[in-house]
Design a protein around this ligand. Structure first.
Ligand code: BES
Ligand code: MN
Ligand code: ZN
Length: 501
């Protein structure tokens, strides 16, 4: 979808009260003695003769997260309605960026088709309010004959009291770029699997990348055979839509580090011959969320001109059962020569990733980050909102920290040595699954570790739960594709770019 247009407005006179917006968004806080009006809403409160807290309280507002209360203005403001979005309790250092992002998202979702809004949450945190508003307003109507109602096209953004105009303009530009990267990942995840298959995904990747000046290389099935990519070919073999391996490269000016990104791109996962049950199988349209995220992040890195060399790999395949499908018992010779015994064709992600990870190491990166909707065990261990982060100790911890700081969420998980023995194979170097269910998320990480170059700092982010929201909307996250972990990947890149290591 296209993002709304954001315009900065100065914090003076009647900028808020005389705005022609259809709704003015303010924040509320859950204080010790009930609801409080957050910073940025002073002009609105004055227009209500200082009665805003009383009005909110009478309407039952508490200031809790995800609470939205609407107040008609009856002419006190030019805008007909004030939308009061709960930020929750004030944290020790004040309201956090993620609180602002979520409240902005909840407010945007509650606008009911208004096309022009004004936000005052930006006075608390400009970047977070823009990201949250844009992402909360996100809808995917590509396949609706009659998209219901209008959508948000114009947002006035109240400038914070401190800071220069130029600085605010730059923040706004960065926030919009980040939000559009997340929206791109969401769009790809939300595109149905009959439309988004390996070749069409590769085309869209090429389009996006070339528009930002990245170099693009796409290996088709013949190239993959010549290159002996046994994992990608094995998994993709059951589908009439042949697999691809996309490689994108952004080279910033005077790069301080080389980062490789790898994302799982199973455009649909039926499980293959080890077929999945019918219930909820449709959710496997999201099994390319990792590839969507690394594509969006590489394009964003170019847009924001990070001083890095970023190379993204998208191993794309459709996992289908058919007469040409790979089977349990097959032995695949992976890219680079290791052999894998396939015990379960539904553990396909690790197979396409292994090929891409080995290939990525040939570029001699300083860091490798791979992300995937890899295991059903991930949401069982950590729930639907916390990604599992594995890899080499230091870099894994750093990525998990960043994931939490962005508000996307993530937790460091171990790769216990003893699990490796469970992957021993009778016939090949390694099997793709163990004979038991224990530590399924970690086992997948242990499998991947076998394909990561020695001493390369790497992180594996399992987003099986967080990448796709099958429950209800919350904060700036609607149903369907969430765009996770784009903001985490972007923040890790920004950190590496900033620190030079
Ligand atoms: N794509 C799935 C993992 C998944 C499950 C993602 C639920 C999102 C929601 C993956 O390919 C898979 O099928 N994993 C198997 C591995 C098992 C066979 C070892 C799983 O988790 O059941
Ligand atoms: Mn699977
Ligand atoms: Zn899968």
């Amino acid at each position: 979808m296209t993002l709304p247009q954001f315009t900065l407005i100065d914090n003076r006179d009647d900028a808020v009260t005389a705005s022609r917006a259809e709704a003015v968004i303010i924040g509320t806080v859950q204080g010790e003695d009930g609801v409080e009006v957050a910073d940025g809403a002073q002009a609105v409160d004055a227009a209500f003769d200082g009665t805003l807290t009383e009005v909110l309280s009478a309407l039952g507002a508490k200031g809790k997260a995800d609470e939205v209360v609407k107040i008609p203005t009856f002419g006190r403001l030019t805008a007909p309605v004030v939308v009061a979005a709960g930020l929750g309790k004030r944290a020790e250092g004040g309201v956090t960026a993620e609180q602002v992002r979520r409240a902005s998202g909840a407010a945007a979702r509650a606008l009911n088709g208004a096309s022009h809004a004004l936000t005052t949450l930006s006075a608390i945190d400009l970047q977070a309010s823009v990201e949250g508003t844009a992402l909360g307003a996100y809808t995917f109507t590509e396949y609706k004959s009659e998209p219901n109602g209008h959508s948000l096209t114009e947002v006035e953004v109240l400038r914070p009291v401190s800071g220069e105009h130029d600085e605010h303009r730059n923040t706004l530009t960065a926030a919009s770029a980040i939000a559009s990267a997340v929206a791109l990942a969401r769009d790809l995840v939300n595109t149905p699997p009959n439309e988004l298959f390996p070749a069409s995904f590769a085309d869209r990747a090429r389009e996006q990348a070339e528009a930002e000046g990245l170099s693009v290389e796409v290996l088709d099935e013949k190239d993959l055979e010549r290159g002996r990519y046994g994992g990608i070919l094995g998994v993709g073999g059951g589908s009439a839509r042949k697999p691809r391996l996309v490689r994108l490269r952004y080279r910033g000016e005077r790069p301080v580090a080389k980062v490789a990104l790898v994302g799982k791109g199973i455009t649909f996962d039926t499980g293959g011959i080890s077929i999945k049950p019918a219930a909820n199988m449709e959710n496997m349209t999201s099994d390319m969320a990792g590839a969507a995220a690394v594509l969006a992040t590489a394009v964003l890195a170019a847009k924001l001109r990070y001083p890095l060399e970023v190379t993204a790999y998208l191993p794309l395949a459709e996992n289908m059962p058919s007469a040409t499908a790979y089977r349990p018992g097959d032995v695949l010779e992976m890219y680079g020569g290791k052999t894998v015994e396939v015990i379960n064709t539904d553990a396909e992600g690790r197979l396409v990733l292994a090929d891409a990870i080995v290939r990525a190491a040939e570029d001699d990166p300083d860091y490798l980050i791979e992300t995937s909707t890899l295991t059903g065990a991930q949401p069982i261990a950590l729930g639907n909102r916390t990604a599992g982060v594995m890899g080499s100790d230091e870099f894994r911890d750093r990525v998990a920290d960043v994931a939490r700081r962005t508000g996307e969420g993530g937790w460091a998980m171990p790769l216990p040595e003893e699990l490796r023995a469970d992957l021993d194979s009778r016939v090949a170097d390694i099997a793709n699954v163990t004979g038991n269910r224990w530590g399924g998320m970690l086992v997948a990480g242990v499998f991947l570790r076998e394909f990561v170059a020695e001493n390369l700092p790497w992180a594996h982010i399992d987003v099986a739960g967080p990448a796709y929201n099958t429950t209800s909307a919350w904060g700036y996250t609607g149903k369907g594709g969430t765009g996770v972990p784009v903001r985490t990947l972007a923040a890790v890149l920004a950190e590496i770019a900033g620190s030079g290591d």
